[in-house]
Design a protein around this ligand. Sequence first.
Ligand SMILES: [Ca+2]
Ligand SMILES: [Ca+2]
Length: 478
Amino acid sequence: MIVTGGTIGGSTGNTYTGPTTVSGYVGLAKSAGNALCGDITLAAGATLLWTGYSNQIADTSNVTLSSTSILFLHPSESMKYPAYSDTIGKLYVTSGAKVYTGLNATIGWGGVLSVSELWIDGVKQPDVSVVENATGTGLVRGNGYIQVNGSAAPAGPPATFKLDGDPIYKDFYISRSVCSPTTGIMIANCIDSQYGSGFTVPVNLNGFQLTLKHNSSNGAISGNGVVVIAGGGIGGSTGNTYTGTTTVNASASLNKTVGNALCGDITLNNSSTLTWNYANQISDTSNVTLTTSTASLNLNGKADSFAGLTLATGALVNTGTGGVLTLNSLTVDGVVQPAGTYTSSNSAFVTGSGSVQVALSAASPYVIWASTHAGGQSASEDYDHDGVSNGLKYYMGAAGTLAGISPPVVTTAGVRTVTWPRDPSATVASVKVQVSSDLAIWNDVPLTDPSINATDPTKIVYTLPAGTKEFCRLVVTP
Ligand SMILES: [Ca+2]
Ligand SMILES: [Ca+2]
């Protein structure tokens, strides 16, 4: 018999003898008896699919798979379940052929293809069941296996979903209604569930993307990859540990009872809101960016800490009743904010009765100094209006000692010098002397210039040129 396409169905089994050649995309759907008999050869590119029932091939049929031919023990490429099983004679495989075994909701396995002998590239294989290998590059894909001459079933289905680039198991859904909590298969870029319930299996991103969109009790997500939040919630009692990035495109709740819901650097787009239902939902090392004026965080009265928060103009942090968000750094409307405590009474981006706290311990030395001595102002501002910038005063260690007075010109034996004190512990990005003849145009004098003596860590001495009117100043960039 030669089969080039279509579906072989009906309620009465075929009983022909003689060889069968399959060269097309062929469904097997006998509700009773066998669809195919005799020895069967799949030509290159041929595909057989079990579309509704197990036991479609005669138990005595030897099956030969050419390279690039495929058996699907499930109804279609997109529908990986239910998975069916069959018993055949010998299976002869050329490298490149695949047996996709799908999933089985009841027993946690995909389909089982029982063969009397397995030959790969002319070599007879041992009587050991064959499952999907770690990289998905072998003969078997999916959650089932090939049983060889009655070999024992493998110890159990893979316990972890690993995402990969398989073009067939692509855009697959992890569904609690399909997988029991401890089963899994290798899959590609995934959506968490087709039916509105979440998944409970562990997922290893393995470099690919997982999209979460349903309220769910999710299994733990590990590995490096991309997590996209398309709605719903992220829950479960085992924390996520993935690295990579998180993109939030729709509102979602953070419901992990243990561990973090979100990891990596997190970007909120659109009008998405993240709502905390438990404390400590975002990794302490994450940086969170709200890219739009309508994105927001709703602490809902809970506490959390993470590394950095960047808010677009108008984006909000709703603390709820007493929620506390602790950060190492905060940027609002493109401006880095000083350390301190931000509440609804002093900051437009905070609502609720709680606070956003930018930790002093993580701030730069100048920011820490400015929070105490300069009202948190920038280095170029002049907090007490004494004509000396905050940055210069920090560098001079002026707080409480010099009261911000500019050092005078001192003339000794006809030589005029200016001496700026400096705090040896002050940490700055750069410092330089600038000179001018008109207070309009200033020229840099590097600290290595012969006119400058900077060998003493407690002061910088500049010697003005003799007989020339000159102004000088010290410029500090913290
Ligand atoms: Ca059979
Ligand atoms: Ca945290």
